[in-house]
Design a protein around this ligand. Structure first.
Ligand code: IPE
Ligand code: IPE
Ligand code: MG
Length: 261
C-alpha cells in the first residue's frame, strides 16, 4: 500500500526511550497484522473501575491502532472484538459491548472516510442485536468503495464455527452438483472462510499476556508470527505496535524449510 512518509514521521515524532521508527525496516512490513485485544477488564479492575470503563478505554487503543496501521502502510488490519464464547459473559456486559460497538462505529466512520479505510466483519453479524447490525451494515456499505487499508473486525467470531460453516458451504456445493468433492483444495476451502480474499496475517499481537488463541483464526494463523505483550489493551500505544513489528522483523520465518542463509 502507498505510505505517506511525511505523515508517518510526524506520527512517530517524539519517541520514548528504547524504541523509535528507525528501529523497523519499512521495506519489510507485514501486509496483514491482527490483534487479540485483551485485558480491558483487568485494566479497569486495577483502577477500581467497572469493566465497562475498560472497554471504553479500549476503543481509544483501537483508534490509535487503525490510524497507525494506515500510517505504516499496512494493507489489512484485523482485530478480535467479540468471540462466540463471549456471550457467556453477564447480560449487562454483553449489552454494553453491543452498544459500544454501534456507537463507536458511528463515531469512527468519519475517520474511515478520511483515511480511505474499507470495513469488513469476520463472524456472524446476523445474530447481533438489531441496532448493532444496522450500524454495521451501514458501515459496510459506506466504506465499500474505499480502496486503502482493509479493517476487518471480528465480532461474534469463532474459528471453529467458521471452519464448520466452510465445510457446510462446500458440502452444499457438492450436493448441488456445482463442485466435485475431489476438487476441494486449500484455496477453495479458504474461499469459504470469513477472511476470503484477505492474505493470512504475518503478525498476530495479543495483549495482556495470555498465551492462547481463544478460538481466533485457527486456519489463517498456521504460519503467523505471534507477539504477546503484558501491556493491557487500553494501555497499548503506537510505540507498542512498533515493538511488535521490530520483534516480527527479527524472526526467522522458515515455513517448514531450512534456512540456508
Ligand atoms: C477484551 O478484554 C475485550 C473483550 C473480550 C470483549 P476482556 O474483557 O477480555 O478483559 P480481561 O481479559 O477480563 O482483562
Ligand atoms: C479473546 O479474549 C476474545 C477477544 C479479545 C474478543 P477473551 O478474554 O474472551 O479470551 P479468554 O477467555 O481469556 O481465552
Ligand atoms: Mg480477556
Amino acid at each position: 500500500m502507498i505510505r505517506d512518509e511525511a505523515k508517518l514521521r510526524a506520527h512517530y515524532a517524539d519517541p520514548p526511550e528504547g524504541i523509535c521508527l528507525e528501529d523497523i525496516d519499512l521495506d519489510r512490513m507485514p501486509r496483514h497484522v491482527s490483534f487479540i485485544m485483551d485485558g480491558n477488564g483487568r485494566w479497569a479492575q486495577a483502577r477500581g473501575l467497572p469493566r465497562s470503563r475498560g472497554h471504553a478505554a479500549g476503543v481509544n487503543s483501537l483508534r490509535e491502532v487503525v490510524t497507525t496501521s494506515v500510517r505504516l502502510g499496512i494493507d489489512v488490519l484485523s482485530a478480535y472484538a467479540f468471540s462466540t464464547e463471549n456471550w457467556r459473559r453477564s447480560q449487562e456486559e454483553v449489552e454494553l459491548l453491543m452498544h459500544l460497538f454501534a456507537t463507536t462505529l458511528v463515531n469512527e466512520l468519519p475517520l474511515f472516510h478520511q483515511e480511505n479505510v474499507r470495513l469488513r466483519f469476520l463472524g456472524d453479524i446476523s445474530q447481533l442485536p438489531q441496532k448493532t447490525r444496522e450500524v454495521f451494515e451501514q458501515g459496510l456499505s459506506e466504506t465499500e468503495d474505499h480502496d486503502g487499508m482493509t479493517f476487518a473486525l471480528a465480532v461474534n467470531y469463532g474459528s471453529r464455527a467458521e471452519l464448520v460453516r466452510a465445510a457446510r458451504l462446500l458440502a452444499n456445493d457438492v450436493a448441488a452438483g456445482k463442485l466435485d468433492a475431489e476438487q476441494i483444495d486449500e484455496d477453495l476451502f479458504a474461499d469459504r472462510l470469513y477472511t476470503c480474499g484477505l492474505p493470512d496475517p504475518e503478525l498476530l499481537v495479543r495483549t495482556s499476556g495470555e498465551l492462547r488463541l481463544s478460538n481466533y483464526l485457527l486456519w489463517q494463523l498456521a504460519y503467523t508470527e505471534i507477539f504477546v505483550t503484558d501491556v493491557l489493551w487500553p494501555d497499548f500505544t503506537k510505540w507498542d505496535y512498533l515493538r511488535a513489528i521490530r520483534a516480527y522483523q527479527g524472526r526467522d520465518r522458515r515455513f517448514g524449510g531450512v534456512n540456508t542463509a
